[in-house]
Design a protein around this ligand. Structure first.
Ligand SMILES: [Zn+2]
Length: 321
Protein backbone atom coordinates (compact mmCIF):
# COMPACT_ATOMS: atom_id res chain seq x y z
CA UNK A 1 0.00 0.00 0.00
CA UNK A 2 1.35 3.40 -0.85
CA UNK A 3 1.20 6.48 1.32
CA UNK A 4 1.27 8.62 -1.81
CA UNK A 5 4.04 10.80 -0.48
CA UNK A 6 5.16 12.94 -3.39
CA UNK A 7 8.70 14.22 -3.80
CA UNK A 8 9.48 17.41 -1.91
CA UNK A 9 12.07 20.07 -2.69
CA UNK A 10 15.29 20.38 -0.71
CA UNK A 11 14.63 24.03 0.18
CA UNK A 12 12.65 23.77 3.43
CA UNK A 13 14.26 20.46 4.32
CA UNK A 14 17.74 21.97 4.42
CA UNK A 15 16.72 25.24 6.06
CA UNK A 16 15.06 23.24 8.81
CA UNK A 17 18.15 21.07 9.22
CA UNK A 18 20.38 24.17 9.44
CA UNK A 19 18.14 25.83 12.00
CA UNK A 20 17.84 22.71 14.15
CA UNK A 21 21.45 21.57 13.90
CA UNK A 22 21.20 18.23 12.18
CA UNK A 23 22.25 16.95 8.76
CA UNK A 24 20.22 15.31 6.00
CA UNK A 25 21.83 12.39 4.20
CA UNK A 26 22.11 12.71 0.42
CA UNK A 27 22.79 9.25 -0.92
CA UNK A 28 23.57 8.39 -4.52
CA UNK A 29 20.92 6.38 -6.33
CA UNK A 30 22.83 4.10 -8.67
CA UNK A 31 20.54 1.09 -8.92
CA UNK A 32 17.25 -0.25 -7.62
CA UNK A 33 18.76 -2.08 -4.65
CA UNK A 34 20.57 1.05 -3.45
CA UNK A 35 17.44 3.18 -3.80
CA UNK A 36 15.42 0.62 -1.86
CA UNK A 37 18.09 0.28 0.83
CA UNK A 38 18.20 4.04 1.39
CA UNK A 39 14.44 4.60 1.33
CA UNK A 40 13.58 1.61 3.52
CA UNK A 41 16.14 2.63 6.15
CA UNK A 42 15.13 6.30 6.14
CA UNK A 43 11.47 5.24 6.38
CA UNK A 44 12.20 2.92 9.33
CA UNK A 45 14.07 5.73 11.08
CA UNK A 46 11.55 8.43 10.13
CA UNK A 47 14.34 10.48 8.60
CA UNK A 48 14.00 12.95 5.72
CA UNK A 49 16.23 11.86 2.88
CA UNK A 50 17.75 13.04 -0.39
CA UNK A 51 18.33 10.60 -3.21
CA UNK A 52 20.70 12.09 -5.69
CA UNK A 53 21.49 11.09 -9.21
CA UNK A 54 24.82 11.99 -10.77
CA UNK A 55 25.47 12.47 -14.47
CA UNK A 56 27.25 9.12 -14.36
CA UNK A 57 24.12 7.46 -12.98
CA UNK A 58 22.01 9.16 -15.64
CA UNK A 59 24.35 7.80 -18.28
CA UNK A 60 24.18 4.35 -16.71
CA UNK A 61 20.44 4.01 -16.09
CA UNK A 62 19.01 6.64 -18.43
CA UNK A 63 17.29 9.77 -17.14
CA UNK A 64 13.80 8.21 -17.23
CA UNK A 65 14.79 5.13 -15.22
CA UNK A 66 16.81 7.13 -12.70
CA UNK A 67 13.91 9.54 -12.20
CA UNK A 68 11.17 6.92 -11.97
CA UNK A 69 13.09 4.72 -9.51
CA UNK A 70 13.31 7.55 -7.02
CA UNK A 71 9.75 8.74 -7.66
CA UNK A 72 8.31 5.29 -7.05
CA UNK A 73 10.42 4.84 -3.94
CA UNK A 74 9.18 8.18 -2.59
CA UNK A 75 5.56 7.26 -3.29
CA UNK A 76 5.95 4.05 -1.30
CA UNK A 77 7.53 5.81 1.67
CA UNK A 78 5.98 7.91 4.41
CA UNK A 79 8.93 10.30 4.70
CA UNK A 80 9.84 13.38 2.67
CA UNK A 81 12.12 12.43 -0.23
CA UNK A 82 14.04 14.78 -2.53
CA UNK A 83 15.20 13.83 -6.02
CA UNK A 84 18.40 15.80 -6.53
CA UNK A 85 20.83 16.19 -9.42
CA UNK A 86 24.37 15.61 -8.14
CA UNK A 87 27.12 17.57 -9.94
CA UNK A 88 25.28 18.74 -13.02
CA UNK A 89 28.21 20.22 -14.85
CA UNK A 90 26.30 22.12 -17.49
CA UNK A 91 23.24 24.21 -18.11
CA UNK A 92 21.58 21.61 -20.35
CA UNK A 93 21.80 18.79 -17.80
CA UNK A 94 20.09 20.99 -15.23
CA UNK A 95 17.31 21.93 -17.64
CA UNK A 96 16.73 18.29 -18.61
CA UNK A 97 16.48 17.27 -14.95
CA UNK A 98 14.18 20.18 -14.16
CA UNK A 99 11.90 18.99 -16.95
CA UNK A 100 12.14 15.37 -15.78
CA UNK A 101 10.73 16.33 -12.38
CA UNK A 102 13.81 16.62 -10.16
CA UNK A 103 12.94 18.56 -7.01
CA UNK A 104 16.46 19.87 -6.42
CA UNK A 105 19.28 20.71 -8.82
CA UNK A 106 23.00 21.20 -8.64
CA UNK A 107 25.19 23.16 -10.94
CA UNK A 108 28.87 22.40 -10.46
CA UNK A 109 30.79 25.13 -12.22
CA UNK A 110 34.00 24.49 -10.30
CA UNK A 111 35.89 23.64 -13.49
CA UNK A 112 34.99 27.04 -14.97
CA UNK A 113 36.57 30.42 -14.24
CA UNK A 114 34.72 32.09 -11.34
CA UNK A 115 32.84 34.63 -13.48
CA UNK A 116 31.59 31.88 -15.78
CA UNK A 117 30.60 29.74 -12.77
CA UNK A 118 28.59 32.68 -11.39
CA UNK A 119 26.97 33.46 -14.75
CA UNK A 120 25.81 29.89 -15.46
CA UNK A 121 24.76 29.33 -11.83
CA UNK A 122 22.60 32.47 -12.04
CA UNK A 123 21.03 31.40 -15.30
CA UNK A 124 20.06 28.06 -13.76
CA UNK A 125 18.75 29.49 -10.49
CA UNK A 126 16.60 31.89 -12.50
CA UNK A 127 14.77 29.21 -14.47
CA UNK A 128 14.68 26.71 -11.60
CA UNK A 129 13.22 29.28 -9.20
CA UNK A 130 10.55 30.10 -11.76
CA UNK A 131 9.47 26.46 -11.33
CA UNK A 132 9.87 26.49 -7.53
CA UNK A 133 12.94 24.27 -7.58
CA UNK A 134 16.04 25.07 -5.50
CA UNK A 135 19.62 24.88 -6.80
CA UNK A 136 22.88 23.93 -5.09
CA UNK A 137 26.00 25.57 -6.52
CA UNK A 138 29.67 24.80 -5.94
CA UNK A 139 32.40 27.19 -4.91
CA UNK A 140 36.05 26.24 -4.68
CA UNK A 141 36.80 22.81 -6.01
CA UNK A 142 36.12 19.56 -4.19
CA UNK A 143 38.72 17.36 -5.89
CA UNK A 144 38.67 13.65 -6.68
CA UNK A 145 41.11 11.19 -5.13
CA UNK A 146 42.19 10.36 -8.69
CA UNK A 147 43.54 13.92 -9.01
CA UNK A 148 46.35 12.80 -6.67
CA UNK A 149 46.66 16.15 -4.94
CA UNK A 150 48.87 17.04 -2.01
CA UNK A 151 47.36 18.34 1.22
CA UNK A 152 48.48 21.81 0.22
CA UNK A 153 46.83 21.56 -3.19
CA UNK A 154 43.53 20.43 -1.61
CA UNK A 155 43.80 23.39 0.73
CA UNK A 156 44.41 25.81 -2.15
CA UNK A 157 41.18 24.65 -3.82
CA UNK A 158 39.03 25.38 -0.79
CA UNK A 159 36.24 27.97 -0.92
CA UNK A 160 37.25 31.50 0.02
CA UNK A 161 34.75 32.90 2.58
CA UNK A 162 34.77 36.38 1.06
CA UNK A 163 34.19 34.98 -2.39
CA UNK A 164 31.41 32.79 -0.95
CA UNK A 165 29.52 35.86 0.20
CA UNK A 166 29.66 37.40 -3.25
CA UNK A 167 28.95 34.04 -4.93
CA UNK A 168 25.75 33.36 -2.97
CA UNK A 169 24.54 36.91 -3.51
CA UNK A 170 25.19 36.91 -7.23
CA UNK A 171 24.08 33.37 -8.05
CA UNK A 172 21.03 33.37 -5.74
CA UNK A 173 21.79 29.71 -5.06
CA UNK A 174 19.69 27.95 -2.42
CA UNK A 175 22.52 25.91 -0.92
CA UNK A 176 26.27 26.04 -1.21
CA UNK A 177 28.65 23.16 -1.88
CA UNK A 178 31.70 24.73 -0.30
CA UNK A 179 35.06 23.04 -0.59
CA UNK A 180 36.30 22.73 3.01
CA UNK A 181 38.83 19.93 2.73
CA UNK A 182 36.96 16.80 1.66
CA UNK A 183 38.00 14.76 -1.36
CA UNK A 184 35.64 12.71 -3.55
CA UNK A 185 36.04 8.97 -3.89
CA UNK A 186 38.16 8.17 -0.84
CA UNK A 187 37.97 4.57 0.38
CA UNK A 188 38.86 5.39 3.97
CA UNK A 189 37.38 7.97 6.32
CA UNK A 190 40.53 9.79 7.40
CA UNK A 191 40.25 13.33 6.02
CA UNK A 192 39.72 16.27 8.43
CA UNK A 193 37.61 19.31 7.50
CA UNK A 194 38.49 22.99 7.85
CA UNK A 195 35.86 23.95 10.41
CA UNK A 196 37.33 27.44 10.87
CA UNK A 197 36.69 28.10 7.20
CA UNK A 198 33.19 26.64 7.48
CA UNK A 199 32.42 29.06 10.35
CA UNK A 200 33.66 32.00 8.30
CA UNK A 201 31.57 30.95 5.28
CA UNK A 202 28.51 30.53 7.50
CA UNK A 203 29.02 33.99 8.95
CA UNK A 204 29.10 35.54 5.51
CA UNK A 205 26.31 33.61 3.78
CA UNK A 206 22.70 32.74 4.51
CA UNK A 207 22.11 29.45 2.73
CA UNK A 208 22.47 25.84 3.90
CA UNK A 209 25.95 24.37 3.41
CA UNK A 210 26.54 21.05 1.66
CA UNK A 211 29.37 18.65 2.43
CA UNK A 212 30.62 16.60 -0.52
CA UNK A 213 32.97 13.63 -0.47
CA UNK A 214 31.85 12.61 3.01
CA UNK A 215 32.89 8.96 2.61
CA UNK A 216 36.50 10.06 3.07
CA UNK A 217 35.93 12.42 6.00
CA UNK A 218 36.56 11.44 9.62
CA UNK A 219 33.17 10.80 11.13
CA UNK A 220 33.73 11.66 14.79
CA UNK A 221 36.47 12.90 17.11
CA UNK A 222 36.43 9.50 18.75
CA UNK A 223 37.17 7.94 15.34
CA UNK A 224 40.08 10.36 14.87
CA UNK A 225 41.48 9.36 18.23
CA UNK A 226 41.15 5.66 17.48
CA UNK A 227 42.88 6.12 14.14
CA UNK A 228 45.66 8.11 15.79
CA UNK A 229 44.86 11.21 13.73
CA UNK A 230 45.59 14.42 15.58
CA UNK A 231 43.30 17.28 14.57
CA UNK A 232 44.60 20.84 14.41
CA UNK A 233 42.64 23.57 16.21
CA UNK A 234 40.60 24.61 13.19
CA UNK A 235 40.00 21.05 11.99
CA UNK A 236 37.07 18.75 12.62
CA UNK A 237 34.95 15.77 11.60
CA UNK A 238 31.53 15.20 10.03
CA UNK A 239 30.06 15.42 13.51
CA UNK A 240 31.71 18.82 14.04
CA UNK A 241 30.65 20.04 10.59
CA UNK A 242 27.00 19.36 11.45
CA UNK A 243 27.38 21.19 14.76
CA UNK A 244 28.84 24.09 12.78
CA UNK A 245 25.96 24.24 10.35
CA UNK A 246 26.42 21.74 7.50
CA UNK A 247 22.91 20.66 6.48
CA UNK A 248 23.32 18.23 3.57
CA UNK A 249 25.85 15.45 3.64
CA UNK A 250 26.63 13.57 0.45
CA UNK A 251 27.63 9.93 0.62
CA UNK A 252 28.37 7.91 -2.51
CA UNK A 253 31.64 5.98 -2.42
CA UNK A 254 31.07 4.30 0.94
CA UNK A 255 27.69 2.90 -0.12
CA UNK A 256 29.12 1.65 -3.40
CA UNK A 257 32.05 -0.02 -1.61
CA UNK A 258 29.73 -1.58 0.95
CA UNK A 259 27.56 -3.01 -1.84
CA UNK A 260 30.52 -4.42 -3.76
CA UNK A 261 32.18 -5.94 -0.68
CA UNK A 262 28.97 -7.68 0.38
CA UNK A 263 28.47 -9.02 -3.15
CA UNK A 264 32.03 -10.37 -3.17
CA UNK A 265 31.52 -12.04 0.19
CA UNK A 266 28.29 -13.67 -0.95
CA UNK A 267 29.85 -14.87 -4.22
CA UNK A 268 32.64 -16.48 -2.25
CA UNK A 269 30.18 -18.11 0.12
CA UNK A 270 27.97 -19.51 -2.66
CA UNK A 271 30.15 -19.74 -5.79
CA UNK A 272 27.67 -21.88 -7.75
CA UNK A 273 24.69 -19.58 -7.16
CA UNK A 274 22.51 -19.13 -10.22
CA UNK A 275 19.93 -16.77 -8.73
CA UNK A 276 21.39 -13.24 -8.94
CA UNK A 277 18.87 -11.99 -6.39
CA UNK A 278 20.55 -14.12 -3.74
CA UNK A 279 23.80 -12.25 -4.43
CA UNK A 280 22.20 -8.80 -4.51
CA UNK A 281 20.02 -9.10 -1.42
CA UNK A 282 22.89 -9.35 1.11
CA UNK A 283 24.48 -6.37 -0.66
CA UNK A 284 21.29 -4.36 -0.21
CA UNK A 285 21.11 -5.37 3.46
CA UNK A 286 24.74 -4.33 4.00
CA UNK A 287 23.93 -0.89 2.53
CA UNK A 288 20.93 -0.61 4.87
CA UNK A 289 23.21 -1.12 7.87
CA UNK A 290 25.60 1.55 6.59
CA UNK A 291 22.78 4.04 5.87
CA UNK A 292 21.45 3.46 9.39
CA UNK A 293 24.87 4.39 10.82
CA UNK A 294 24.97 7.55 8.73
CA UNK A 295 21.45 8.64 9.68
CA UNK A 296 22.39 8.16 13.33
CA UNK A 297 25.59 10.18 12.83
CA UNK A 298 23.71 12.98 11.03
CA UNK A 299 21.08 13.22 13.79
CA UNK A 300 18.13 13.29 11.39
CA UNK A 301 16.23 10.23 12.68
CA UNK A 302 12.71 11.18 13.70
CA UNK A 303 12.82 14.50 11.80
CA UNK A 304 10.63 13.32 8.92
CA UNK A 305 7.28 14.67 9.94
CA UNK A 306 8.42 18.27 9.84
CA UNK A 307 11.24 18.40 7.37
CA UNK A 308 10.26 19.65 4.00
CA UNK A 309 6.60 18.67 4.06
CA UNK A 310 4.61 20.93 1.78
CA UNK A 311 3.09 23.95 3.42
CA UNK A 312 5.90 24.15 5.93
CA UNK A 313 6.63 27.64 7.14
CA UNK A 314 10.38 27.28 7.70
CA UNK A 315 11.37 29.35 4.71
CA UNK A 316 13.92 31.49 6.43
CA UNK A 317 17.21 30.52 7.86
CA UNK A 318 18.18 31.60 11.35
CA UNK A 319 21.70 32.91 11.51
CA UNK A 320 24.37 34.31 13.71
CA UNK A 321 23.01 32.77 16.88
ZN1 LIG B 1 30.25 15.67 -4.79
Amino acid sequence: MTNEMPLVTSKEMLIKATNEGYGVGAFNANNMELVQAVIETADEMKAPVILQVSQGAIKYAGLEFATMMVKVAAELASIPVVLHLDHGTDFLQNVLCLRAGFTSLMYDGSAEPLQQNIAISRKITEIAHACGIPVECELGKIPKIEDNLTEEQVSNLMANPEAAEKFVEETQCDSLAAAIGSVHGMKEDIQPLDIGRLDEIRRRTNVPIVLHGSSGVLRTRKDAEEKGIRLKDHEGTVEDAIKHGVAKINVATELSLTFIRAMHAQLEKTPGEKDMRKILLPAKDAVKTRVREYIELFGCAGKAEVAGASGLSASEIKYHE
